[in-house]
Design a protein around this ligand. Structure first.
Ligand SMILES: [Zn+2]
Length: 370
């Protein structure tokens, strides 16, 4: 009897230890605390292939970082382990609707323009028709593979827009997609009968008779993508956040191209995302550094008009020298602007620009360490 009691106590102690270890493990791995404003560390991250900083001999913790935003293609087990050891939260960038490589073997997913032709690449970007079911399945499987392989703090959807190029002050904004599937799906979804004819005549009819419904439908296609991705993330890792990178045009810029061409309704994506990451690339958009803070202020105001839950705001700012040099002073300014309330996190683009200019690395270290 006595020995049994002793055994019971020993077993109990072992179980308590295991439970404590498990809880410790969960605390260090899940991102739950990140999603509660007011109860969080300000997120200080680097976007791209942060492993390049490790290869160059730097240490994330010593640089003041507490997060990495790593491209899916740069994610590997060694990097993951080191980032965890160096106290970083791990957010994975997920390229959603870009697909130059995919199109090589799946031309049926090519977005079709109003002339009925394959829309040409928009500079370096090549989008995919977002109603292509095989492509969506392909991306869903990729997302599941990441989530089944790594315990992450979040997934950030990138290239989340209809085919276009916006990372320039002279955007490329084709009208897409008028493939048979998109036209049919639009027609059924909106209960609009489109006269028979070839693709150019049907596209022309849609643009001249149902423009409002067409833009609304295109936006809903993206929102459905966000909802489906969120469901998968929640099923596999309920504590992981879903962020969305998106083009930081104001709604009226470029003749309302954010909504009309890219298909982005900020209120709609905000209702699905836990974090919005406006891409505040001041140099690419030919803006002054102060615009970074102005945009964040504007976004918070804009979101306050929605009755939906408000996502966190974690902007991404530019250090990358494109289309002109970003000086260390300018980088410092956009970092300071990007960290203004109500932003609760920031990331900079990119690791490579820091390695090319040690002064910028010092700017980031100085800001992140304080
Ligand atoms: Zn299509």
């Amino acid at each position: 009897m006595r020995s049994k009691t002793k055994d019971y106590h020993s077993l109990n102690a072992i179980l308590m230890c295991m439970l404590a270890l498990l809880m410790l493990n969960c605390q260090s791995k899940n991102g739950k605390d990140v999603g509660e404003p007011g109860n969080v560390d300000f997120i200080k991250g680097v976007y791209g292939n942060p492993g390049a900083l490790l290869d160059a001999g730097y240490n994330f913790e010593e640089l003041g970082m507490n997060a990495v935003f790593v491209r899916s293609i740069s994610l590997n087990f060694d990097f993951y382990k080191t980032a965890r050891e160096q106290k970083c939260k791990i957010f994975v960038e997920f390229p959603t609707l870009n697909g130059k490589n995919y199109l090589q073997n799946h031309p049926e997913a090519w977005p079709i323009d109003e002339k009925g032709e394959q829309s040409p690449p928009a500079d370096w970007f090549m989008g995919i028709c977002p109603t292509d079911p095989d492509f969506k399945e392909f991306r869903i499987n990729q997302l599941k593979e990441i989530l089944n392989s790594y315990q992450v703090d979040g997934i950030f959807l990138d290239y989340f827009h209809w085919h276009a190029q916006f990372e320039t002050n002279n955007p490329i904004l084709p009208e897409t997609c008028f493939c048979n599937r998109c036209i049919t799906t639009f027609s059924e979804s909106k209960d609009i009968e489109i006269p028979e004819g070839d693709t150019p005549s049907r596209a022309n009819w849609i643009l001249s008779h149902s423009d409002t419904a067409w833009r609304d439908w295109r936006s809903s296609v993206l929102t459905n993508w966000a909802r489906d991705m969120k469901t998968i993330i929640q099923d596999l890792q309920p504590d992981a956040l879903m962020g969305i990178f998106y083009c930081s045009w104001y709604p009226g810029d470029h003749e309302a191209a954010l909504y009309r061409s890219l298909g982005i309704d900020i209120h709609a994506i905000a209702s699905e995302a836990d974090v919005l990451a406006p891409m505040l690339f001041h140099k690419m958009k030919d803006r002054q550094p102060a615009w970074v803070g102005e945009y964040i202020h504007w976004l918070a105001e804009y979101l306050s008009k929605s009755e939906n839950a408000k996502p966190l705001i974690w902007p991404i700012v530019q250090s990358h020298n494109n289309p002109a040099n970003v000086s260390p002073e300018e980088f410092k300014e956009v970092m300071r602007e990007g960290m203004k309330a109500p932003a609760s996190g920031i990331m900079m683009f990119s690791d490579q620009s820091l390695l090319e200019n040690p002064e910028k690395l010092e700017v980031m270290r100085e800001i992140y360490q304080h």
